[in-house]
Design a protein around this ligand. Structure first.
Ligand code: FAD
Ligand code: EGU
Length: 473
């Protein structure tokens, strides 16, 4: 028996968000909207007041899951309509050889023509931070780095500014939105039964840029995510609003190291990305390539995502993934939406909401980590295989004929809010169905061949008998 009726249960009203990145700032809005006192602590200074932001990718793709979360807060229109560049499909740049320089445009959604959006990380973060300030119950604390956290009293220690001054803060709920190298999670790892695994892949990434043309236009077909799959490495380009492209080269660290001279670099691009080389420009390529180090890519799974009824982790802190499905931020935004739904369902009772969040979110988050890792192999390699492209064609054909029954994997991941684990199961079912159909087809073919051989032999055996039978005199 609970000591209080649910309605009267003690309601903690203060929330501390650790990390003011994409997911932390969105999460702050969700808690503020519910009326909690929200304090957001961010390690960096306010990016709205700085010229340059160090760190990750310049732009990323926003799709249905991320949009659904933004919509709940009334932020979707402002962001998507005014600052997103719509992508209606991918443009595959084939390798030299067979069809050198050949391009294939493959639409994302041949049925409903839905699209995804390329958005600037910085702009997204700025809009979300400003959105938190619309709520009078939010306070932002920049240059606050969480260095320790004591779960018993929910006591956090922050290092403030550059000097070694420290402050102690507490809150009834701590939300760890402090990214892949989360300090909140590091503390959670010390508890028994906490599951954790991480994996760095062999590939790193390096960003380059294709500037607008002389007359200020996009240098490549806009409305596409451009991709150069090359087997052991690949390159991707996403458009920016100013008509430039951010180009990301994914390659093993070994290979990055091997390209250590101007000549080696230009030969490499000339051989593998001959169409991109003049668009980037040799000078700019050399300058950008040699002035930045490739960054690593990590995939992290852990479980559970909460401690008791007072600490929870969201976004990359809970599930960092390799970027090959364009879902990291989308999944993080979806975390916030799901958490908000549970707050509604359980009347903001943290002791019920937090365990439920871990329970329902873990399997889906791990599914998208797996799917993204699978794409790491599939996209750079299989895109070059005939059988793979055939399967894609078959998938899309079936989708066009029976869109309610046959939803290709990337469609369910990108354009629905079905659980990621459902998407994965759906694909297993489809693989089985295709194998079964191919199996039956194979059996029929075999039967035809056997029958043919049978009749053929029969005919051979019969005919000579007839031919050589000497008519009786
Ligand atoms: P972060 O963005 O890492 O933010 C964490 C914040 O916490 C930071 O501001 C940091 O300063 C702060 N912080 C860290 N430690 C502390 C501390 N101790 N105290 C206080 N503050 C702290 N996702 C997509 O959906 N689509 C894409 O197209 C896409 N492309 C990607 C391409 C690449 C190359 C990479 C690497 C990732 C990509 N992602 C993409 C994933 C996406 O970037 C992440 O999933 C997303 O940024 C996660 O947001 P977050 O707020 O959880 O973490
Ligand atoms: C990788 C790096 C194309 C941004 C997967 C597609 C990505 C993104 C794809 C990055 C690819 C790969 C899909 C989207 C998206 C494709 C997708 C990958 C955004 C299967 C800035 N991927 N990404 N798949 O279909 O579903 O276009 O860094 F090259 S968006 Cl690897 Cl939809």
């Amino acid at each position: 028996m609970p000591a209080f009726p649910a309605r009267l249960a003690p309601q903690p009203r203060s929330v501390a968000i650790v990390g003011g990145g994409l997911v932390g700032s969105l999460s702050a809005c969700f808690f503020a909207k519910r009326g909690f006192q929200v304090d957001l602590y961010e390690y960096r200074e306010d990016i709205r007041r700085t010229e340059h932001v160090r760190g990750r990718t310049i732009n990323l793709t926003l799709s249905a899951r991320g949009q659904a979360a933004l919509r709940r807060l009334g932020l979707e229109r402002a962001l998507v309509a005014e600052h997103g560049v719509a992508l209606r499909g991918r443009m595959v740049h084939h390798a030299a050889g067979a069809g050198a320089g050949a391009l294939t445009a493959v639409p994302y959604d041949p049925v409903d023509n839905q699209c995804i959006y390329s958005i600037s990380r910085r702009y997204l973060n700025e809009v979300l931070l400003t959105a938190t300030e619309k709520y009078p119950n939010v306070r932002l604390h920049f240059r606050h780095k969480l260095v320790a956290i004591n779960f018993k009293e929910n006591q956090m220690t922050f290092q403030v500014g550059e000097e070694n001054s420290q402050v102690q803060r507490s809150a009834s709920l701590v939300v760890g939105a402090d990214g892949a190298f989360s300090a909140v999670r590091r503390q959670m790892m010390k508890a028994p039964l906490f599951q954790y695994s991480q994996r760095y892949i062999e590939h790193g990434y390096l960003e380059l840029c294709i500037p607008p043309t002389a007359d200020g236009k996009f240098a490549m077909a806009e409305q596409y995510l451009h991709v150069w799959p090359r087997g052991s490495f690949m390159m991707i380009a996403l458009p920016n609003q100013d008509c430039s492209w951010t180009v990301t080269l994914f390659m093993s660290f070994k290979q990055f190291e091997a390209l250590d001279t101007t000549k080696a670099l230009l030969d490499f691009f000339g051989q593998h990305f001959p169409d991109a080389l003049p668009l980037i420009g040799t000078e700019r390529l050399i300058k950008d390539y040699f002035s930045t180090k490739p960054s690593p890519l990590i995939s992290i799974k852990c479980n559970p995502y909460h401690v008791g009824s007072s600490v929870i982790i969201v976004g990359d802190a809970a599930h960092a993934m390799v970027p090959f499905y364009g879902q990291g931020m989308n999944a993080g935004f979806e975390d916030c939406l799901i958490l908000d739904n549970l707050m509604q369902q359980y009347n903001e009772d943290f002791s019920k909401v937090l365990p439920k969040y871990s329970e329902i979110r873990n399997k889906d988050a791990e599914a998208i980590c797996d799917l993204a890792m699978y794409n790491y192999y599939e996209m750079r390699d299989l895109m070059n295989h005939k059988s793979f492209l055939l399967r894609k064609k078959l998938d899309n054909a079936l989708y066009q004929i029976i869109p309610k029954l046959w939803i290709p994997l990337y469609i369910s991941v990108t354009f629905t809010s079905e659980g990621y684990s459902w998407c994965l199961k759906n694909k297993y079912w489809q693989d089985k169905a295709i194998r079964a159909v191919l199996g039956v087809f194979g059996m029929i073919m075999l039967l035809v061949v056997v029958l043919f051989i049978f009749f053929f032999i029969h005919a051979i055996i019969e005919t000579p008998c007839k031919l050589f039978i000497v008519p009786e005199l």
